[in-house]
Design a protein around this ligand. Structure first.
Ligand code: 13P
Ligand code: SF4
Length: 387
């Protein structure tokens, strides 16, 4: 049923007036737009979003699940992506891929990111010109036709397109192992490579490859700020199995081995559960690891009375604490580790974006150019195939 007309005409021109509204007012106005637009609007929320945003999301998930949701969306006209920039780009590419456009008679889904400043510091650690430069330098030393690029989904669309053009694949934290196996030939029609170049997160790349039996000595780290071979010798590059990029998540980098040791000492029987973006020493000490979706599943399925110290973004851990009072859930670090850019998405920005869309003046639209989208899609479709 359509919502009653709003008593106050929304100020549409900028987010500032929305900032003075209470969360109750914003919630009611967002709900009014949801009622008005019905299935035309899909609000997607990443697990790291703050609670008041997550409450209003139609669907929530980790990066892999959200990509699938965007890929499967059919009726909607707009996706409001409550996450960060690379996720909204991915949603635009998948929701507007050629077969979906054909189904909708050419009509595009408008993808918006409520605050355009919601980026990802890790994604910003690898720029396309740095990747191209690294590739050119590597081609002087090794056969790059046998080097398979794998990019973490936390990267700009231009990197995904690079990977698509060079026979590579995108991965998320939930399918990184399958993606690296794919790159080494397990299932890509015999075209696997001798080695993989993994960017931008060195930790996810290293932790995953270590789990596949690849030792640190075969994983040189490419520092894009070093002039020659990313600070490596020719011998190290020639001997390598996985070339890692010197990037990291500033949130997950804050978890330390001593935090694990302290919890084990003070809470006998506690299980340490971490995201694979954590550094190797933390990852190796943990009892379990997984994507945000896998972390939620592990806690949900554990028997009452289980004790956890969880190493991932603060909002998700706090939500798990609230949703599972039958278990003892702790945050692994004594200091606050939250994703400041995810946190930029608040009710004020969401309301501003939705009311503009309802008024026919979409703002904060993320639209990937056709050529970049075409090649990114090649690598993203491979990602959705391997699990
Ligand atoms: P997942 O959603 O894949 O667990 O990744 C976490 C993350 O850092 C999102 O940016
Ligand atoms: Fe990027 Fe880390 Fe934030 Fe994820 S948690 S969006 S990797 S900065």
């Amino acid at each position: 049923m359509p919502a009653a007309p709003l008593a106050v005409q929304p100020p549409l021109d900028g987010v500032k007036p929305y900032k003075s509204l209470s969360n109750e007012e914003l919630h009611a106005r967002i709900q009014a737009v949801r009622d008005e637009l019905g299935p035309k609007l899909l609000i997607l929320g990443h697990h790291y979003q703050q609670d008041e945003v997550i409450e209003l999301a139609d669907l929530r998930g980790d990066s892999y699940q959200l990509s699938q949701m965007a890929a499967d969306s059919s009726d909607c006209r707009m996706i409001a992506f409550c996450g960060v920039h690379f996720m909204a780009e991915t949603a635009d590419i998948l929701a507007n891929r050629p077969e979906k456009l054909a189904e909708r008679g050419g009509r595009r889904v408008t993808v918006t990111l409520p605050d355009l400043a919601a980026g990802c510091s890790m994604a910003d650690m690898a720029a396309i010109d740095q990747i191209e430069d690294a590739w050119d330098q590597l081609s002087e030393v090794i056969d790059t036709t046998r080097l398979i690029p794998v990019t973490y989904i936390n990267s700009a669309a231009s990197l995904k397109a690079f990977v698509g053009r060079h026979g590579g694949i995108v991965c998320t934290s939930s399918n990184a192992k399958a993606a690296i196996e794919w790159a080494f030939n397990k299932s890509n029609g015999g075209k696997g490579g001798d080695r993989v170049m993994f960017f931008p997160d060195q930790h996810l790349g290293r932790n995953t490859a270590m789990g596949m039996g690849i030792v640190n000595e075969l994983m040189p780290v490419w520092n894009p700020h070093e002039q020659e071979l990313g600070g490596n010798t020719e011998e190290a590059i020639t001997a390598s199995k996985v070339i890692l990029w010197r990037g990291h998540c500033s949130v997950h980098q804050m978890f330390k081995a001593e935090h694990v040791e302290l919890f084990r000492k003070n809470h006998p029987g506690i299980q340490i559960l971490v995201h694979p973006e954590c550094p190797q020493e933390v990852f190796e000490l943990a009892d379990q690891s997984g994507s945000t979706g896998a972390i939620i599943k592990a806690v949900r399925e554990a028997p009452a009375g289980s004790k956890w110290a969880i190493g991932t973004e603060l909002h998700l851990v706090n939500r798990l604490k609230q949703e599972h009072p039958e278990q003892e859930v702790h945050f692994l670090s004594p200091v606050v580790c939250m994703c400041a850019t995810m946190y930029r998405i608040d009710l004020a920005h969401l309301c501003w974006t939705l009311e503009n869309f309802a008024a026919g003046t979409p703002i904060n639209v993320i639209e990937v150019d056709e050529e970049t989208a075409r090649w990114s899609l090649v690598a993203l479709e491979r990602m959705l195939e391997v699990k």
